[in-house]
Design a protein around this ligand. Structure first.
Ligand SMILES: Nc1ncnc2c1ncn2[C@@H]1O[C@H](COP(=O)(O)OP(=O)(O)O)[C@@H](O)[C@H]1O
Ligand SMILES: [Mg+2]
Length: 231
């Protein structure tokens, strides 16, 4: 469903992503774990066309989308929940959802699922997004992803700044989205949280994929344990 072929991302003289290849199949819950600066956000932004691929290809549903503008990728079903939430603080929760789904005529049909996942959002529909707590803002950011009716939902560090309990809740919600049939690609510094829910995982280090496999195997891997799990 989503395939990267030797993707390279450069910012001037800095190479952030060094020719990564990966293949995510329909229904997968894939996770890329990696430290700060590993190139996770650059990868996500290149998948969405928010930064250009210097080399390599992004293939979605069999189509080369490498040169396609971001909004057209979104219409094809590629949706990113960006790092740092990026909700509109002065718009209400409802308006945030409405705007995220501007091109989806039947987006309101998704609201029941959104409220089942995040009941708190239902009580706060008329409240400005900026008045929500950090965890609630992340819920809203993910809800914005859901109402856009993605085929593949990309999530960039949804656990950032959240407590362990909230992180667990958010990961459980993402798992529900995946179980409902949406393909998921999650990138996380919180390796443990991501490996607990994903069905396929990749380790990214200094712009390269250095390890991949079943999350349960990576949880037992010596290098992963030492570098990412504090074990
Ligand atoms: N806009 C930019 N201009 C220059 N360098 C950047 C830019 N964005 C990211 N980088 C650099 O690219 C590397 C990877 O960053 P990033 O993709 O944000 O990693 P991660 O999301 O894994 O923390 C880092 O060395 C970072 O400093
Ligand atoms: Mg990042």
């Amino acid at each position: 469903m989503l395939k990267l072929e030797k993707l390279v991302v450069k910012y001037g003289g800095i190479t952030a992503v060094r020719g990564i290849s990966l293949d995510i199949e329909a229904g997968d819950f894939a996770a890329i774990i990696g430290a700060n600066g590993a190139g996770k956000t650059s990868t996500m932004n290149a998948i969405m066309g928010m930064v250009p691929a210097s080399e390599g290809k992004v293939i979605f549903a069999g189509e080369d989308v490498t040169k396609l503008p971001t909004h057209l990728r979104v219409r094809k079903g590629m949706v990113l929940v960006p790092e740092g939430r990026r909700i509109f603080p002065n718009l209400t929760v409802y308006e945030n959802l409405q705007l995220a789904a501007y091109f989806v005529s039947d987006w309101k049909q998704e609201l029941d699922f959104v409220f089942a996942l995040f009941p708190r959002l239902k009580d706060r529909l008329r409240q400005p997004g900026g008045t929500l707590s950090g965890g609630e803002q992340q819920m809203l950011a993910i809800a914005r992803g859901i109402v856009a009716k993605p085929k593949v939902l990309l999530l960039d560090e949804p656990s950032l700044g959240l407590s362990p309990v909230l992180t667990q809740q958010i990961m459980a919600a993402i798992k529900e989205i995946n179980k409902r049939g949406t393909t998921v690609l999650l990138v996380e510094q919180n390796a443990y949280a991501a490996l607990k829910v994903a069905t396929k995982a990749f380790v990214m280090e200094l712009g390269s994929i250095t390890l991949s496999g079943e999350p349960s195997m990576l949880l037992k891997n010596e290098h992963v344990r030492a570098a990412y799990l504090g074990a």
